[in-house]
Design a protein around this ligand. Sequence first.
Ligand code: FES
Length: 87
Amino acid sequence: MSRLTVDGEPLEFRPGQTVGAALMAAGILSWRRTTHRGAPRGLFCGIGVCFDCLVTVDDVPNQRACLTPAREGMRIRTQEGTGHDQL
Ligand code: FES
């Protein structure tokens, strides 16, 4: 198992998993809230089309969790809206 962090907390993942798969496997179903209504978002399409799964990866906001391969030491942050306010 490899390890990344989510909002500073360690999370183990299997090699080959995407960030979205690692989050879901850990029981985390939502990691972003929409700008206007604060509605929770996570994986929806799972193939890079809907952009619901946006997350901040190593201080870069708006990365699609469903397409981003998980890497050892990666720092994932849940995101509010566009994620730019948190930088
Ligand atoms: S779940 Fe749709 S783009 Fe990632």
